[in-house]
Design a protein around this ligand. Structure first.
Ligand SMILES: [Zn+2]
Length: 444
């Protein structure tokens, strides 16, 4: 019922009467918005109020790095759906690039928006990959209640979430096309639930159950090195995939709305319909999976810019081609970081509290200085899930070992440092109770 209201679709628009010159002709998102607004008219106001509140909550918490553990659930049927580890690692890298403004295509941002580009400083760590083979087909029923919940439950042919308070769960599966009266009208590329427990959201407006909180992505749009293709039904060929659908959906998961304010052709779309963020320019329509830098759907003077500016098609929260997306704004960054330090703070790994680490004695590294294999030694006085990472002195992740559970007692783990340039690094051993660090010197 109402529990399933707030979700966001990235949709590939389809033509009901497939004329190439008309696009988007029809888009499932518009239908969905219309249903929501007609059935639940108060929600849009609540939505806006919530984002205002999210922006106020926990402001000025600084810009320190925030780190989130991801579990990727590959729920596959056809062989191409069982994505290779290299694709999953590539997608994690893209998330880290785009959420740290390290993506090379930042250079393509139009100069008028240079000052508005923000660095979220949110880091993603791949905690685990869970693979489940299934016979289940995953379909979204716009008029029912099916939001691919089966993909999220072992008993239904999916994969159970890891603790959704502590992990960002991403399910990757084949999402069936949307049909209406037997006609295919669209394809969902992904969706996500926003946080469930912001103060002034209507009750139960987030994920229907905690175990369904997270992000769902179609297997063809995960990673930029994915061999599977997905065609644009307008006949223009394969859509360009650069791993930005997960970037977009994780933005929703952190509380962001679409920059055009989530109206649409059939919805209450207007230039003054806000996404709750000041520095995203007014827009009253989404992009059409293209790169139209002339797009300017609202031509009034914009308060933030003190002049009219074009639509910000480079933003990850629009529907432009993935090849021209390259930025979040400062306002979006602030909202996401506030959400992450507010309603989603359980995701954040502890950054202090070594006294309660359940590790004694301290982490030892040998040899140190090293070149090649480095052995980590530590004792655990209780069983723990541990992640091990090597950072450079700028805090950039250089090596990463998956989170694994270790039993009580003494452990030796080897990591390969051959690819590290000579210099000083920090080895970070982390549990859910705290962190221990050691300096590592890599010799010539
Ligand atoms: Zn979206």
């Amino acid at each position: 019922m109402e529990k399933k209201l707030f979700l966001f679709f990235t949709l590939l628009s389809f033509g009901i009467n497939a004329q190439e010159s008309i696009k988007p002709v029809f888009c499932g998102n518009e239908i969905f918005s219309k249903i929501l607004h007609e059935k639940y008219p108060a929600l849009n106001d609540a939505f806006t109020a919530t984002f205002e509140e999210a922006r106020k909550t926990n402001r000025h918490l600084g810009n320190e790095p925030l780190e989130v553990n991801i579990v990727v659930h590959v729920v596959w049927n056809g062989i191409g759906e069982n994505l290779d580890d290299s694709i999953i690692n590539n997608q994690i890298l893209i998330l880290n690039n785009d959420y740290n403004r390290l993506n090379a295509d930042t250079a393509n941002l139009r100069s008028i928006f240079h000052d508005e580009a923000g660095n979220a400083n949110i880091h993603f760590n791949l905690a685990s990959v869970v693979r489940v083979q299934t016979n289940q087909l995953f379909s979204v029923d716009l008029f029912g209640t099916n939001l691919l919940a089966e993909a999220k439950h072992d008993v239904d042919g999916g994969s159970d979430a890891w603790n959704p308070d502590e992990y960002l769960n991403i399910w990757v599966c084949k999402i069936q096309p949307i049909t209406l009266f037997g006609i295919t009208i669209g394809q969902i590329l992904g969706f996500a639930f926003p946080p469930n427990n912001l103060q002034n959201w209507p009750a139960d407006s987030g994920a229907p159950t905690p175990g369904e909180d997270g992000v769902v992505i179609d297997y063809r749009v995960f990673g930029s090195n994915n061999p599977n293709i997905i065609d644009n039904p307008d006949g223009s060929g394969a859509i360009i995939v650069k791993g930005r659908t997960p970037v977009h959906e994780v933005g929703h998961y952190f509380g962001l709305r679409h920059i055009w304010g989530d109206g649409g052709l059939l919805g209450p779309n207007a230039c003054d319909q806000s996404d709750g963020v000041d520095d995203t320019p007014y827009a009253n329509a989404q992009s059409a999976f293209d790169c139209d830098t002339t797009k300017n759907t609202c031509t009034q003077i914009e308060t933030f810019y003190n002049k009219d500016v074009p639509d910000l098609i480079e933003n990850y929260m629009d529907y432009a081609s993935e090849s021209c997306m390259n930025m979040f704004t400062h306002g979006q960054v602030e909202l996401m970081r506030n959400t992450l330090q507010g309603p989603r703070s359980g995701l954040l790994m502890p950054i202090s509290g070594t006294s309660d680490l359940a590790i004694a004695p301290s982490l030892k590294l040998s040899p140190n200085p090293a070149h090649g294999q480095v052995t980590l030694e530590f004792d655990l006085n209780e069983s723990k899930e541990i992640s091990i990472r090597v950072l450079n002195l700028n805090g950039q992740l250089m090596l990463n070992k998956k989170v694994e559970k270790y039993s009580v007692g003494y452990h030796q783990i080897s990591i390969n440092s051959e690819k590290l340039n000579s210099g000083i690094y920090v080895v970070v051993l982390r549990t859910n109770r705290g962190v221990q660090t050691q300096k590592l010197v890599i010799g010539e």
